[in-house]
Design a protein around this ligand. Sequence first.
Ligand code: ADP
Ligand code: ADP
Length: 206
Amino acid sequence: MERLIFLGPPGAGKGTQAVKVAEHFGIAHISTGDMLRAEMRGGTALGMAAKSYIDKGELVPDNVLIAMVRERVQAADCANGFLLDGFPRTTAQADALASFSEIDRVINIEVPFELLLARICGRRMCAACGKAYHTSTHESELCSCGETLYQRDDDRAETVSRRLRAYETNTAPLIDYYSACGLLETVRGDQGIAKVAEDIFAALNG
Ligand code: ADP
Ligand code: ADP
């Protein structure tokens, strides 16, 4: 059983690495950002409510995220465990999570602040499979699955600085929170994608 959390600022590479790790362990990849974007595309009430926060670069209220994740981790594909990517993002979310699930390990992907803006502004996403690419290393406008890539509205520079501030204020305290529980492993995210993956697997197998 592996119940993992990936912690890190926007653009740290959580989603990129989460896909590899979830596949390796045969566990569910739970990206709350992907879940919220699917709700927005579907035009649901939850999606519409979330959009007003996401477009401003603010966090969606805790009660919405907690209910969403509490239900999601009970799904059949979480029987072997799960990897939470983008949750928890506040101490209240972490406390709630602890009340409904055990957590085995937390991987903190650390990236110097000045690298994040370029990473996020060059990010292109696939709406069909959620895969992220970067304009500096991927010239085609197509995903490997054939879908056309797009730039997230909240990945434009104006919104990104607010998201980075939200991370500093609300999410960075979770580093100490999980360190105090003895669950935290920190990995350097300012290396090539393959090397970051190698370090994450080493931390998880150690
Ligand atoms: P990134 O990993 O690039 O920072 P995400 O795709 O995880 O972005 O999240 C996009 C947006 O969705 C966030 O800026 C926030 O508004 C909302 N969101 C996602 N997860 C959470 C969460 N756990 N709590 C509150 N808001 C969230
Ligand atoms: P997060 O989910 O933490 O917001 P992503 O995995 O979406 O981050 O990565 C953000 C951007 O940075 C994407 O464009 C991705 O292709 C790129 N990226 C991810 N990991 C690396 C890395 N180790 N080196 C360079 N670019 C990376």
